[in-house]
Ligand binder design. Structure first.
Ligand SMILES: *[C@@H]1O[C@H](CO)[C@@H](O)[C@H](O)[C@H]1NC(C)=O
Ligand SMILES: *[C@@H]1O[C@H](CO)[C@@H](O)[C@H](O)[C@H]1NC(C)=O
Ligand SMILES: *[C@@H]1O[C@H](CO)[C@@H](O)[C@H](O)[C@H]1NC(C)=O
Length: 289
């Protein structure tokens, strides 16, 4: 058989796959889901088959005609969950001092992340559900790593992962993609520094992320334990997240200070503007000034 013909045959064999992949979407709750929903709708419109995996109890994730919704148990009722989330949001605005806000949020974060981690453990330990997912032969898992359950699942089932996120705290993305991330040049969250820092600013730049590191430790450790248990060896979150083939960031260097990135990190901030509205008059004046 000549090369042209075998090439054509290969193309024909590949076509059905190229036309429609099986995509397992594992979203993060709340506003995170809104742009992922638009993205999933577009994937569906392009002929891909979408299954959305979500907890039974959510604020925004509801069944729709462009995907199949698969749910797993969540250890809280809708009322409790809403109260928990909304109560916490209110507190964040009520309290004044930084230290107060920090400890208030810490308690709240502990609460909510425990709920999420427990639901994730329930999912990953549910053999029936895992077998169903495994035998569905998904081509890719599309997930927001801020809720790392989807990333753990993708690694466990050995399915390629595409991450879709605004950001993930504690520079875990830089670590997982092995990007250079020196704190002497890269301004940290909330410091309002630029890449030109005095000595004292660099010190502040190194200290600011520390409380956040503690947040991350609390919220992410359960997923490391889960991954280690399932894969039967010590696995860090960084290793779980380094499984991603592509990182799609819903951001842009217009909002965030530029930083070194790897070729599999793509900025798609424009996707947040799917529902455009004209700028407010005042904003337009300021932009023009
Ligand atoms: C944590 O959850 C418990 C039970 O759901 C609730 O009573 C408590 O107020 C919550 N704490 C915070 C700080 O949200
Ligand atoms: C496991 O998953 C199946 C299928 O989604 C579900 O019907 C069942 O209730 C789950 N079992 C537990 C113990 O959560
Ligand atoms: C998924 O199925 C494959 C066989 O197709 C099997 O080798 C693998 O162990 C299964 N993975 C899990 C996590 O059950």
């Amino acid at each position: 058989m000549d090369a042209g013909l075998s090439g054509l045959l290969l193309l024909l064999c590949a076509l059905p796959w190229a036309q429609g992949a099986k995509v397992l979407v594992f979203p993060m709750e709340g506003s995170h889901w809104l742009s992922m929903r638009d993205f999933s709708r577009e994937l569906h419109a392009r002929g891909h088959q979408i299954v959305v995996l979500a907890p039974e109890v959510t604020l925004h994730i509801k069944g729709e005609d462009f995907f199949t919704l698969k749910t797993f148990p969540f250890p809280s009722t809708q009322e409790e969950y809403q109260q928990n989330l909304l109560g916490n949001a209110k507190k964040a605005f009520e309290t004044q001092g930084f230290v107060e806000v920090f400890f208030e949020n810490l308690a709240a974060l502990r609460n909510v992340s425990e709920l999420y981690a427990n639901s994730c453990a329930g999912l990953l330990h549910n053999e029936t559900l895992i077998q169903q997912l495994n035998s569905s032969f998904f081509d890719v898992v599309l997930t927001d790593p801020v809720f790392p359950c989807g990333a753990v699942l993708a690694k466990y089932l050995q399915i390629p992962a595409v991450f879709f996120l605004r950001s993930i705290p504690c520079d875990i993305d830089s670590e997982a993609t092995q990007c250079p991330n020196p704190s002497s040049y890269i301004p940290r969250l909330l410091t309002t520094h630029s890449d030109h820092m005095s000595f004292l600013q660099r010190v502040k730049n190194m200290l600011y992320p520390l409380p956040l590191k503690y947040f991350c430790h609390i919220s992410f450790t359960p997923y490391e334990s889960l991954a280690s248990e399932l894969l039967q060896r010590e696995v860090s979150l960084v290793e779980v997240l380094s499984h991603a083939s592509v990182w799609l960031f819903r951001g842009d260097f217009v909002f965030d200070y530029p930083r070194p990135i790897m070729p599999n990190m793509v900025f798609i901030g424009g996707i947040n503007c799917a529902n455009r509205k004209p700028l407010h008059q005042e904003v337009r004046h300021r932009a023009a000034a």
